[in-house]
Structures are given as C-alpha cells and as structure tokens.
Design a protein around this ligand. Sequence first.
Ligand code: IMP
Length: 430
Amino acid sequence: MANSIIVIGAQWGDEGKGKIIDLLTRQSTAVVRFQGGHNAGHTLVIEGDETILHLIPSGIFNDVDCVIANGVVLHLPTLFDEITLLQKKGVSIDHKLHISTLCPLIFPSHIALDNAKEKTLGSKAIGTTGRGIGPAYEDKVARRAIHLSDMFDAERFLEQLNRLMEFHNFLLVNYYNAKPLDVLAVGDEWLSYADKVKPYVKDTALFLDSINNSNASILFEGAQGTMLDIDHGTYPYVTSSNTVAGAASTGTGLGPRDFKHVLGIIKAYTTRVGSGPFPTETQDESGEHLGRVGVEFGATTGRPRRCGWLDAVAVKKSIINNSISHFCLTKLDVLDGLEKISIAVEYDYNGKIFTSFPSISSDELKRCKPIYREFKGWEQPTSGIRNFRDLPIEAQDYIHAIESILSKKIVLISTGPDRKDNIILEDLFT
Ligand code: IMP
C-alpha cells in the first residue's frame, strides 16, 4: 500500500492545514479535497507571498495532481476566481486539476437560504460562513442536488435548475420573507461555465484508484475540524459535512483500506469562529495575546476568531473519531513571550469530573469548566526555528507534555507561516 495520508483538523478548524498540506505535497503524487466547500480558507505563504485557497487543494503550487472529489460542494464562480488568481501568480492549472462529475453544485439560492436562515435564528445563529454550504448538503441528502456532470446537457440542466430554484424561491419568499432569485439569470451564468469546467471533469474515484495502483502516495486534505463534524462535533454549532477522516473514504469513492496514516493537526492553543461551546476560551490578556500574535481572523470571512488554551479533552476525542496516528503542532511561535501556558486535561461539569469529552448537549457543554495543567512559558522566540534542539527548554517541555497527555507522537512542528518554518521530526512517507 502507498503511504497515503489523511490530514485532518483535530480542533475547530483553522489549525493551519493549508501550510502543512503544501509541505507534505512535495512527497505526494496527488492532493485531494474530499468534503466541505468554499467555506474553507487554507492560507499558504510562499517566499512572503500569501495565497488563500477556498476550493482548490493546497498542493497546487507543486507539480502534483489536485483533485476536488465528490464529497465537496462546488461553487463554480469561486473555482474560476481561484483559477484566475493562481494563473496570475504563474501557477499552471491545466492537466493538474481534476474535479468529480459527482460534486453537488452550490447556487446563489443556497447562499441566499443560508443567510436568510441565519437571520431568522437571531441570537441562536450558527455563525456560518454564509457560503450556502448547509443548504447545498441539505439538497444532496434530500436527493434534489444538481451534480457537476448534469451541466453538460443544457436542456436537462435548466429543467433541474428550474425545479430546484422554484423550491428555494418558495422557501425564501414564504418562509423567510426574503427576495426570490432570478432563475434565468442563474441558468445563463452557470451554463457559461460549462465549457470552461469540462476539461477538468472526470470520474475522480477511478483516477485516484489508478494512482493508488501505481503505489504512489496521495494526500487527503481535510477542511474545517473534527469538532465541527456534522455527527461528532458540537451540534448544532457545526458545519454540514463530515469533517472526520472517514469522510476521505465516502468523499472520494476509495475504500477504508486505501489510507495509511491520519495526521491530526493541532494548534499550540485553540481557536473557534462562529457560535457554540468552547470550554477553554479565554477573554483575558492571554486570549488577547493569542488573537493578536496569531493574527486570528477567519481566512474566509475575516471575522475575529475566539481564542483559548489547548484543549486536550477535545483533542483526545479527535484521536478516537479520526484514528489519528500522528500529530502536527502548528503556531508554536504564537506562545512566545507568555509567562504561563495552560492545557485543559479534564472538565468539571457541576462537580462531576470528565476526563474524556462528555456526550452532552452544546448548551450543557457551555457550562463545563476546564481543569488546567500549567506550564512555564519561554522568553526566547521560537519563530522560524527548524531544529528541535534549538527550541527553548520550556517549549521542548511543553511539546513533550502534549505528547504524553495525548499518548501520540508529534512528528512535525510549524514555527511560522512560511513554508520553510518547520521542525520535521519524522517523515511519514518513509
Ligand atoms: P458553514 O460551514 O458555513 O455552514 O458554517 C458552520 C460553522 O462552521 C460556523 O461556525 C463556521 O464558522 C464554521 N466553519 C466553516 N468553515 C470553517 C473553516 O474553514 N474554519 C473554521 N471554521 C469554519
């Protein structure tokens, strides 16, 4: 079996997966997005130049095949914006990009429904990215979705679109008291993409299987994070896809025996965008430090991220939900200069101590109080360090403590946003 790796966010997303994918891509033949959509925002910094990708796999800067597989809900205008952006940066796309015939399409009416629903929820809003992700997955499960391959028979496509948008407009007008959308205009715009997208479209399961059969390594690029998983996350404050490693199978059409490692990405602390429980959130000066030094603003929406300490209780749940084999620790340098650093190791819920993540509602979870282990901070900067021995001893101790609490090895440490700022402790490809 090839050394294929699923890279997964083990917290609430924004763990820095994009940079790690870009790094690991150099030893892979293909990189695959398998769930979510353009709600994701994967940031890459290459020689000081920042690029944020929402749909195209973060491996595109390397000479590898980049696949958008069937589990992804596809917004064509964003796809073409990204293609144009990359072409302007001199990145070649042709022959490298492969998109599944089976990707369900996101239309403007999905986006309108997402925003109308959030408005109606008021203080109970999820805080979605407003990209139409939820309504698009709802349509998929309700067997109403229009697939990418449906676009290539214009007459049939317009019939399907008519039926779908009639339903969306009914909801918008009669339930949400919002404006309906112009079906003809959407049909025209989408059909204008058909010829442009066609060269990229194929049976990506078959394509990935052929790569697997040649014994080459594939990288599966998770989006969002485990705690945002529709089944296993802090429901209803979650996204609408399965974000756990298992989705790499259903979201590509490969079977569970086709994957070797699951690399969980964790930040050296925790962030969350949008609403919902976040037991280790800190609003004191250390929270302010994490947000400011970590430049914690959503890569898709620009919203400030909520910040807090590393939550080992939640990460241990991620180990179970994803069968994480190894960890990568990102943004270690953001902790530079803090006097004390904490890790939550248990929760106290009304006097009852939980050592593993409690199976309780999100409302109850909001009342859980973390029990912390404290660590001494370090004064010298870790930013840009590429050798473990060069880290301050307190930072080394912090890393060893995380490994000991999680009972897993950290094989990679990111010490800055640039693709070169890493400490590589173990090569998963060998
Ligand atoms: P949706 O995926 O836009 O429906 O948003 C649902 C929840 O997931 C919201 O709390 C979003 O902030 C969160 N979310 C969606 N995508 C991301 C991401 O890429 N990073 C972090 N949070 C995300």
